[in-house]
Design a protein around this ligand. Sequence first.
Ligand code: CTP
Length: 411
Amino acid sequence: MRGKNIIIGICGGIAAYKTPQLVRLLKKRGANVKVALTEGGARFVSELALATVSEEPVYGRIFPPLGTEKMDFTRHISLGEWADALVIAPATANTLARLSAGLCDDMLSALFITLRPDKPVLIFPAMDGQMFLSPSVQRNIATLAAQGCMVINPESGELASGQCGVGRMPEPEAILAILEECLHSAKASSPLFGKTVVVTAGPTREKIDGVRFISNYSSGKMGFAIARAAAKRGAIVKLIAGPVHLSSPPDVERLDVESTAEMYAAAEGFFDSCDLFIGAAAVSDYRPASPCKGKMKKDDEQIELTLIKNPDILAAFGLQKSPCQLAIGFALETQNGLDNARKKLAEKNLDLIAFNFFDHKTSGFNVDTNILTLIESDGKTTELPLLTKDGAAEKLLDAIEQLCLKNAIKP
Ligand code: CTP
C-alpha cells in the first residue's frame, strides 16, 4: 500500500465507529488516506478522530461555508484525480441510492462521479438485514456493480437491532486485504506492468567555475509525477533526476545527476534494456567550453563565455531505438508551439511528444499545474485541459498505454 492514495467514504451507519481503525491500518501500511464523510456518517464517528488518524482535513460538504475556508470549489475533481481507489465503508442504503441515481450533493457523491472509470471503487454495504435484502437496495447495488464498482456483500452475524442476519460490515483488516488484492490486480492489468520505464526529470547544471553554473528554472515536478504514475501502474521505473528539491516517489529507482554529460551517461546505460524512455528533463543545451577549476575573480570589466553544444539525450535514444521501444518527449515552447513540437517529434524519431504550453502561471516550470497537447507520430493530437501535474501525468500515461497496446512492445 506504500504511497497509494486512498479515499475512505464513510456513511451514517453504526459500523462507522470502526473506520478510524481502518484509516490507521492503511496509514501503517504507508498509504495516504483522505476521508469523505457524509452528514449521516458524522453522527456516528467524529470528524476530529478521522482527521487525527488520517492527518488530513476531512471532506464533507461540497461547498465550504463562504468566507470560513479557503475557497476551492473544485476539490471534488482534484480529490478524484488524487485517488488511486475509493472505499465506501460503511455504505448505507441512502448513499447506495444516491450514488446509483447520480446525485452529487456532498463531497463523497460528487467525487464518486468525477472518478476515472479505471479507478477501483470498493463498496461495503452495511445495514439491517431486511434493508439490505430489499428490492430497492438490491437494485441500486446491481446498478453500481454494472458501472464497474466492486460491491462486497456484508457479513452475517449479530446486527445493531439485536437480530442476527446479513448486514455487518467486514472488520477493517478484511477490508484492507480486499483493497490490497484489488489494487494489485488493477496494477497488473496495465500494459505498463513489468515494463522498464526511464524518466529524465529536472534541470541540468553546467559549471562555469568551481562555484557557479548555468541552469534553468525546472522543478522536476512533471518528471517526478510521471515516474510516480508509472510506478503505480506496475512499471519498473528508473528516474534520472537533475538537481531538484523533491522526495523520491515510492517504488522508483532514482539516480541523481548534475550535468547533461552525467544525465546522458546514466540514461545511455538503459538505452538497450528499457521499454520506454520519457524525456521530461529540461536539459541544458549548452555548457561552458572551459569551466575554471576554482572561483573566477572579477578582474575584468567584461568577459566572454564560450558555450558548446551538449548531446541530445532523447534524440540519441530515439534515433537508435528498436521498433519495440517507445520514445516520448516534451517540447517546451514559447512561440510556434505546435509546429516546433511536431518538428522535434520527427527529428528525434519520437512516438509521442507533449507540447508544454509555457505561461509562467498555470503551465511550465515550478508550478503545480500544466497544459499539455499530446502529439503522436501518426499525427493524432489531443489537447488536455489545465490539470495538476499528477493529473497530466496520468493522462500522458493513458496515451502511452494505448501506444504500448498498438506497438505490442516486448514483455
Ligand atoms: N532533450 C534531451 N537532451 C537535450 C535537450 C533536450 O534529452 N540535450 C529532451 C528534453 O528532455 C525534451 C525534448 O528533448 O523531452 C525537447 O526539449 P526542449 O528543451 O523542448 O527542446 P530542444 O530539443 O532542447 O530544442 P530547443 O531548445 O531549440 O527548443
